[in-house]
Design a protein around this ligand. Structure first.
Ligand code: ZN
Length: 300
């Protein structure tokens, strides 16, 4: 089972990232024109195709592919999927376009962060022809027909080139990583603050902007639907602030990445009232700590 219906005409597809269920999701909006929001890692593109087939969509019927930002868990598979989707155009934030056309810099920077072994698991993004990409700025609307439209809002902070998307009917917000990680089965929120472009102040402003749209429901890539929008927004803002303070305090004590990550894992386990964390949650914690350390380094 790759696909789950979350709203009328809206489906969550599980990409089974690195073989793990319920960690990286993408969404399909099935209106007269069909949009795929996010693509997953390059290595999991077959799961996306499988999910599309479960909801009765053939790749040639997809009109829009919209990577919310160019991190590899969101845009990694875009290039390879587009080869299967001859009628699809890409819509992306203007600052991400150069990385979609030529992913070399992005891959180099991700390899520095994650190392080559992990990058092989993620898979290499394929370049996308510039003439298939439409760039959007601060805000743009995309009509899908049948009364459905998407309002795309620039939501920097997690990454400078991120957009979040309000589905104007039925009032569901595709958050991208503007909100924290909410894994099913882990009763807490992990701030998503990876390197290299974290900006906590701008992240908080983006959360405020999204809260103003008063969405009825949130569709989160990591992972799934949340009805408690206000709580997720509030916990994202509090969480990012608290993590930046905590990591800074430990950094001042000369603790290293391993030691700080270990402490933050304990905090997550305490908050979630659990004795152990799955590997993918540990990876998320470590990546968020790395992003905060990188941010503190840049700003000290
Ligand atoms: Zn992500």
């Amino acid at each position: 089972m790759y696909a789950t219906k979350v709203e009328d005409g809206v489906f969550l597809l599980d990409t089974y990232a690195l073989g793990q269920p319920r960690t990286v999701g993408v969404y399909v909006i099935k209106a007269p024109k069909i949009a795929l929001v996010d693509c997953g890692y390059a290595s999991s593109y077959k799961s996306v195709l499988q999910g599309l087939s479960e909801v009765g969509v053939s790749p040639s019927e997809v009109s829009y592919v919209i990577p919310t930002h160019v991190h590899l868990d969101h845009a990694g598979a875009a290039g390879v999927l587009l080869k299967e989707m001859p009628n699809a155009k890409v819509v992306a934030q203007e600052r991400s376009v150069k990385h979609l056309v030529d992913p070399t810099k992005l891959v180099d920077s991700a390899t520095q962060v994650f190392g080559e072994a992990i990058m092989r698991l993620y898979g290499a993004p394929a370049p996308i022809a510039a003439d298939r990409i439409t760039a959007v700025g601060e805000e743009a609307t995309l009509e899908l027909g049948g009364g459905a439209s998407l309002t795309m809002m620039h939501t920097p902070g997690h990454a400078p080139h991120q957009i979040s998307i309000l589905i104007d009917r039925p009032g569901a917000l595709l958050t991208a990583d503007a909100v924290g990680i909410v894994y099913p089965g882990l009763a807490t929120l992990i701030p998503t603050t990876p390197p290299p472009s974290l900006d906590p102040a701008s992240l908080a402003r983006s959360v405020d902007r999204l809260a103003q749209t008063a969405p009825r429901t949130l569709l989160v890539p990591h992972f799934g639907q949340r009805e408690d929008s206000e709580a997720v927004f509030a916990r994202t803002k509090e969480g990012v602030q608290a993590w930046v303070r905590e990591v800074e305090r430990m950094r001042n004590l000369k603790m290293d990445l391993d030691a700080i990550s270990d402490q933050m894992e304990r905090k997550v386990m305490y908050d979630a009232r659990t004795e152990d964390l799955p590997v993918y949650a540990k990876v998320s914690v470590r990546s968020s700590v790395m992003g905060i350390l990188h941010y503190l380094e840049k700003n000290s």
